[in-house]
Design a protein around this ligand. Structure first.
Ligand SMILES: [Mg+2]
Length: 382
């Protein structure tokens, strides 16, 4: 072990994992499946010999990335030997080793990297954004998604959010038919006019043979972008749409990592990319996706899964420190979708924007009473 800036190594002494079940406010319908009742996420706590705590979260969506059970096994069984006794400052080496010993499992790796950066930031007394290159933004424009099959309820929800300063909405389409999508978009434009920024996300919900016709229809509502209109593997259809639709096409499910991004750009399947900590396996992996996109002049968007405020914080530091992620972000679930968040203090949303924390590490901690109430500890090994 070595000393760095006068700080001796403080090795990881304990790794603990919880499965948390988080009740949500409403059912939601998406092109790749519904969410309702509760979501199941995984919380990781790393403790050093000196007593510092680093928090991480894996937020899988089975229809999109993976399962909570798989993330538990990845962290608690596969990655545990790599972590106990390790110097948490060596984030690059630990993550490279994690990639070498475990294929895939990006949500587990996201949780691990998040907890390591939380520890590193606390040791260095710097927010994670500063460790990722330094912040270029202090506040982030927040988008909230509308996906309730009960559209009247979504209108009430949207009005409440507008009253709180939210100005960006992403409408989840491609589930209940094109006529319903047209009705919703027309109603939202009539209700809120040009004062709101509308984005559209099909979550793969259109079949390629009808996609162009549907998208030409919805362009009249002036969406800022259209996200993942067709199935993830339909790259030729994505390229045809990107070439024929004026509205920017954003790739989400088609692009998980930097390799996907390079191939997607070569194939011309999109005008922009959604980066997600849970898809890519960490904040720095997202920065690599953004760098590839930037090399071709494509901007990125800060997407997420059904996360608590803890995982949101990783996304917030990522977007704060990455200039090319300039289409806003959607870290809204902790404030506006979960019935109760896990953080010990409210997730920092102010007048439709996220305020990037300035305290060391991720900047906020898990409320351990809530964790005990909503979570089940799956490991007692130390
Ligand atoms: Mg999406």
């Amino acid at each position: 072990m070595f000393e760095c800036a006068g700080i001796a190594a403080d090795a990881i002494a304990a790794l603990e994992v919880w499965v948390v079940r988080l009740p949500v406010r409403t059912r939601r319908a998406h092109g790749i499946g519904d969410i309702g009742g509760e979501v199941e996420n995984v919380i990781l706590r790393l403790t050093t010999e000196g007593g510092l705590i680093g928090w991480g979260e894996a937020s899988p969506w089975p229809a999109f990335t993976g399962t909570a059970g798989a993330a538990v096994a990845a962290l608690d069984v596969q990655l545990r030997p790599l972590l106990l006794g390790a110097d948490p400052r060596r984030v690059s080496a630990i993550m490279a080793n994690a990639d070498a010993m475990l294929v895939g499992q990006p949500e587990a790796k996201a949780a691990l990297e998040m907890a390591l950066f939380d520890l590193l930031g606390k040791q260095a007394r710097l927010p994670v954004a500063e460790l990722l290159g330094g912040r270029c933004r202090d506040r982030l424009a927040l988008s909230v998604s509308l996906a309730n099959p009960d559209f009247e309820a979504d209108l009430v929800y949207a009005q409440d959010l507008v009253d709180r300063g939210v100005g960006i909405f992403k409408v989840k389409t491609g589930v209940a038919g094109h006529a319903f999508d047209m009705h919703r978009l027309e109603t939202l434009r009539m209700r809120f006019g040009a004062s709101i920024d509308l984005r559209i996300d099909y979550n793969q919900g259109l079949q390629p043979e009808v996609a162009l016709r549907c998208l030409r229809d919805i362009e009249q509502f002036a969406p800022t972008f259209i996200e993942q209109p067709v199935p993830a593997h339909c790259w030729q259809a994505m390229a045809r749409i990107t070439a024929n639709i004026d509205t920017p096409i954003l790739a989400d499910e088609s692009v998980f990592d930097a390799c996907d991004a390079r191939r997607a750009i070569e194939a011309g399947i999109c005008d922009a990319i959604s980066v997600k900590v849970m898809k890519s396996g960490g904040m720095r992996a997202c920065q690599r996706v953004s760098a590839v996109a930037q090399s071709a002049g494509l901007p990125c968007y800060g997407g997420d899964m059904f996360e608590t405020g803890l995982a949101h914080l990783a996304g917030v530091h990522l977007v704060a420190a990455t200039p090319n992620v300039r289409l806003g972000c959607e870290y809204y679930q902790a404030s506006f979708y979960l019935q109760e968040d896990l953080l010990a203090e409210p997730f920092p949303v102010d007048n439709g924007e996220i305020v990037v924390p300035t305290t060391p590490g991720l900047g906020m901690a898990v409320d351990e009473d809530k964790l005990a109430r909503m979570g089940q500890r799956v490991s007692s090994r130390r």
